[in-house]
Design a protein around this ligand. Structure first.
Ligand code: UDP
Ligand code: MG
Length: 322
């Protein structure tokens, strides 16, 4: 059997309404490619008929191979698994809900052939997503860029093309709290953007709940920035400065305005509350980092697989086993 030149990686979580249209559009794109291609579908523990539909697709089209997780592990982990199993020279990651137009792939491939090793899709507009999502996304990317040690291009998602060399590097990164956009920037290589307008979901509900998005945002900041840890130092300095000013004031009042009422219980109570809050916040931040260290140290596999079907190299050792 011929080795695939191109791999398309698509994570799927309860996307039954989208799968037929997704397959129609993606396979049309694959038909036009100049080399053999594989379509890797990752069922992230779907509870609807998605897995059944994926099995049927594999039956009718040998280019379709799939993984099925034993439970829901989340989008970032599903993409990671897809990258672990992809064998193409160029690997393209896209969403199942057709918010990432598969037709953009040909443009990405053009840039890849020019020598770019990462081609990420940057959104110029988002169609019909609510103001809250747009607003939070807008500010989140700006905040992340201020805090992170690597430059992560704003308004990019996981929709991208990666060269084999980049995928190999990503596959050696064992970290658990995965933020693929960040890792993809972190690795370096020659990167470029293609621009697109993000379409609305073809069908179905958003699978990223607010909670999942929030976790992802926190993960990304903690994984790529040590700034929150330094917050304790800054706040400590700030309250020390505040205390010094207060001391000066107390002396001044004692000498010039002995009747002043400000030096009373109020100010003591305020100081206690303020310092208590500062300390709790800092302990919380430490806790977030320590929790992540604990997760990494446990060294559990990133995902558990219940089905691995259709791959050319079946004797592949289970990834992430080290
Ligand atoms: N997804 C997944 N596991 C999850 C949540 C989402 O594999 O736990 C997939 C989902 O099926 C879709 C992609 O990740 O293909 C993006 O999800 P969604 O469209 O809900 O999020 P968006 O990025 O549009 O906010
Ligand atoms: Mg979507």
């Amino acid at each position: 059997m011929m080795r695939s030149q191109y791999s398309l990686v698509i994570p799927i979580y309860n996307e039954s309404e989208n799968i037929p249209e997704l397959y129609r559009r993606v396979s049309a794109v694959m038909d036009r490619l100049d080399g053999p291609a594989e379509l890797i579908l990752i069922d992230d523990g779907s509870r609807d008929t998605s897995l059944k539909q994926i099995r049927a697709l594999h039956q009718q089209d040998a280019r379709v191979c799939y993984l099925s997780f034993a439970r829901n592990f989340g989008h970032q982990v599903a993409v990671t698994a897809g990258l672990n199993f992809a064998s193409g020279e160029a690997v393209i990651v896209l969403d199942a809900d057709l918010q990432d137009p598969p037709e953009l792939v040909s443009e990405m491939l053009k840039l890849w052939r020019q020598g770019y090793q990462v081609v990420y899709a940057q959104r110029t507009r988002r169609h019909r997503e609510n103001w809250f999502k747009r607003w939070t996304a807008f500010w989140f990317y700006r905040l992340l860029n201020r805090l992170a040690d690597v430059e992560i291009p704003p308004d990019t998602g996981d929709f991208c093309l990666m060269d084999r060399q980049v995928v190999n590097v990503l596959n050696t990164m064992p970290e658990r709290s995965r933020y693929i956009r960040g890792l993809r920037s972190w690795v370096g290589f020659s990167q470029t953007a293609v621009y697109f307008e993000r379409d609305p979901r073809f069908a179905g509900e958003v699978k990223y709940t607010f909670r999942k998005s929030f976790r992802l945002a926190i993960n990304s900041i903690l994984a790529f920035s040590g700034v929150p840890l330094r917050l304790a130092t800054y706040l400590g300095l700030l309250s020390a400065g505040f205390a010094l000013v207060m001391m000066g004031l107390v002396v001044y009042w004692r000498l010039h305005e002995p009747a002043s009422r400000l030096i009373g219980y109020t100010i003591i109570a305020l100081a206690v509350f303020f310092l208590g809050a500062v300390q709790l916040i800092c302990i919380g931040i430490l806790g977030e980092y320590i929790g992540r260290i604990y997760e990494e140290v446990k060294g559990r596999p990133l995902y558990t697989l219940k089905e691995v079907v259709g791959f050319q190299t079946t004797s592949k050792p289970p990834p992430e086993s080290s």
